[in-house]
Write a protein that binds this ligand. Structure first.
Ligand SMILES: [Zn+2]
Ligand SMILES: [Zn+2]
Length: 286
């Protein structure tokens, strides 16, 4: 999967083996520094990713650090992580390069106004000359052809987006064990018919799967807590990967939920309590 935020990086790295991709840190100050530093093709967002090429190698941590009885242990980690203070600074395209590529893209997409050049460009021009010759003969037909072409192109965009969604779903389905589960209480589930994958968190007190994260093959994610749907999102195929899911799971794992079992449970506990007010009430009635 290719989707580094840095312009043209994916194109340049086509032949490179799998690159490590990193989400920006949660810390607002460092996030702003990433935003300031990165070349701007559009505003940098929290779910955008930046590949390892833009960081100093020492900022990429490849071992887990555990401190047990005051002693530090390093374990190889499956997934490298960024040092919290790391900021992307390396291998950015320069301004001229960005402008040149932008101009080039405009020229090739702007049929009829190109001024020629070498290679493909001049072939296009020749074809255009022929088209113009034809156009003088049968102008009406030419117009119709242009409209037809536009329709086909739009269809292609839709089709390729659906294909991207399917590819992303299949990639994650196949690499599901790369998702880092927040704890041993979490489990992984995959529909044998490839309709969805899901993650559940078992709750020992409730004796039930209290948290369920379900992603269908259209990349729609539903999150249920205590069997109540609390969010339903269309995930972005351009940024979705196993890292992203690991982050979502970790956030959902951090959500503190009511430990009561009243049918009208409000899911989230009251302050300074393990229970919501409904569950507190029903407990007092017993
Ligand atoms: Zn990159
Ligand atoms: Zn409750």
């Amino acid at each position: 999967m290719r989707n580094c935020f840095v312009p043209f990086c994916d194109i340049q790295c086509k032949s490179m083996e799998k690159r490590m991709m990193f989400l920006p840190p949660k810390d607002d100050e460092i996030f702003e520094k990433w935003k300031e530093n990165l070349p701007k093709k559009r505003p940098f967002k929290r779910n955008d990713r930046v590949c390892e090429r833009h960081f100093h190698p020492e900022d990429v941590v490849k071992t887990w650090e555990h401190i047990i009885n005051g002693q530090v242990f390093h374990l190889e980690r499956g997934k490298p992580r960024l040092r919290p203070s790391a900021i992307p600074t390396l291998n950015f395209p320069n301004e001229d390069e960005i402008l040149a590529r932008k101009a080039n893209r405009k020229r090739t997409s702007n049929v009829g106004t190109a001024s020629g050049g070498a290679g493909k460009e001049s072939i296009k021009r020749q074809r255009r000359d022929i088209d113009i010759a034809k156009e003088n003969e049968k102008p009406a037909i030419k117009e119709e052809l242009i409209i037809l072409e536009t329709v086909v192109e739009l269809g292609d965009v839709d089709e390729s987006h659906n294909e991207l969604k399917r590819n992303v779903f299949t990639t994650i389905y196949d690499e599901i064990y790369e998702v880092i589960l927040p704890s041993l209480l979490w489990g992984i589930h995959r529909d044998p018919d490839h309709g969805y994958f899901a993650f559940t968190c078992f709750d020992g007190n409730l004796m039930n799967a209290s948290k369920v994260v379900h992603v269908d093959n259209e990349l729609k994610m539903n999150v249920r807590i205590k069997n109540v749907l609390i969010s339903s999102d269309q995930l972005d195929a351009n940024t979705l990967n196993t890292d992203f899911i690991s982050t979502i799971l970790s956030e959902i794992d951090d959500t503190i939920i009511c430990q009561g079992d009243d049918p009208k449970c409000k899911i989230y506990p009251e302050e300074n309590s393990d229970l919501c007010d409904h569950c507190i009430l029903s407990l007092n009635m017993e």
